[in-house]
Design a protein around this ligand. Structure first.
Ligand SMILES: [Zn+2]
Length: 383
């Protein structure tokens, strides 16, 4: 039994459950099972708390810290032009927020705050502030955020009710109490201030359901419920500009909002979440079959992101993984779990099978577009 993190309803049993190890969003392993609970009352799906969550984010979670240029790729166009995630987020945030001149804006759970920094490059009038629950990022803020506009571990009392806008990019999926988090944000906004947040859309990227440190897997129904409970009026849910993610804009309101979720919408969302859990059960079964078939033979894994890492955790002991293949230039020459990461064109000739570690909604088109992966005698194993 567990209580829904959004509406408090008791959920009697998990819909999805696999034994340890669990894989985190930063590709580390935790010695805990992965369990997902689905709430039919508000359409939320959620995972168990991870052990020692504060230490994990304070000192253990250093996303994109190693190199100044390391950023995740958002898209690669036909002519090879790469768009990085934070550039896309910055443009999207400026468009969705429509900020007034000289706006006071806070990145809450900022990490390096690259998105906000890029926003201030095109909007030098903005007055940026940053907050994080770790001091790891202070050096990344130093050159462009005034000292008084930086906060770590706790937010200064003087910041209450001051901000025109607050952003949280890919933070709320990690927090144990998302409604409490939204209330903290609301208290920092001026009346009618805007809150923009991005979170994974598990329906657009089913892999999110199996990420151990993503405690929340929101639906549009549970987003609406959470915001109403926290004192916000939902303005926009954009799920097309950043495939696999929701970009949500809400306004601080003074009166308690009506809970905007209909029970039909919540039930639809819960059904969709259960279907995704079923997908992962089936994927586990396919990997077990594949592992038996290719036991101790040489295989490669396409994708060094979450899906490919998840596959490796389940087959790496039983088969001989000779390479990860990944198009991300930043990973070229790297090793992942001690295995070399190669460009797809460099698929080793000795590989007899290629396990496809991509978003299943996009995987077949992505693999079909690469002739060097259609070699005779190379089997494709799909999730
Ligand atoms: Zn609920």
């Amino acid at each position: 039994m567990t209580a829904c993190r959004v509406c408090g309803t008791n959920i009697s049993s998990p819909t999805y459950e696999v034994p340890a190890p669990a894989l985190t969003s930063i590709m580390t392993l935790l010695d805990v099972p992965t369990r997902v609970f689905v709430c039919a009352a508000c359409g939320h799906a959620q995972s168990d708390d991870i052990p020692d969550i504060q230490a994990f984010y304070d000192t253990g979670y250093r996303i994109s810290l190693n190199s100044e240029d390391h950023d995740q790729i958002f898209a690669v166009s036909a002519d090879g032009t790469i768009t990085y995630r934070t550039d896309h987020q910055a443009a999207l945030a400026l468009r969705l927020l429509d900020l007034p001149d000289g706006a006071l804006i806070l990145d809450y759970g900022a990490a390096k705050a690259d998105t906000l920094r890029k926003m201030t490059v095109s909007r030098s009038d903005l007055r940026p502030h940053v907050f994080d629950v770790s001091s790891d990022y202070a050096a990344a803020w130093q050159s462009w955020v005034p000292q008084a506009a930086q906060a770590t571990y706790s937010v200064p009392g003087a910041w209450q009710e001051t901000f025109d806008a607050i952003m949280s990019h890919f933070v709320i999926e990690h927090v144990a109490d998302p409604v409490g988090f939204m209330r903290e944000v609301r208290a920092l906004l001026r009346p009618d201030g805007a809150f923009l947040f991005s979170i994974p859309d598990v329906a657009g990227n089913p892999g999110d359901m199996a990420v151990a440190d993503h405690l929340n897997h929101f639906s549009e129904a549970s987003i609406a419920h959470a915001l109403a409970s926290a004192g916000f009026q939902l303005q926009t849910i954009d799920k097309t500009s950043f495939p696999g993610a929701f970009f949500v804009v809400a306004r601080r309101i003074e009166m308690p909002a009506q809970t905007a979720t209909s029970s039909a919408a919540a039930e639809d969302a819960a059904k969709q979440a259960r279907d995704i859990c079923d997908f992962w059960d089936q994927a586990s079964g396919k990997l077990r079959d594949g592992t038996q078939h290719y036991a101790r033979r040489k295989v490669a894994i396409y994708g060094a992101g979450f899906y490919g890492s998840w596959i490796y955790c389940r087959i790496g002991q039983a088969v001989d993984v000779v390479a990860f293949l990944d198009r991300n230039e930043n990973m070229k020459g790297a090793t992942h779990f001690g295995i070399p990461v190669l460009s797809p064109e460099d698929l080793p000739a000795e590989a007899e099978a290629l396990f496809i570690g991509l978003n299943p909604l996009k995987a077949r088109a992505a693999i079909a577009a690469q002739p060097w992966l259609q070699r005779p005698g190379l089997d494709h194993v799909w999730l």
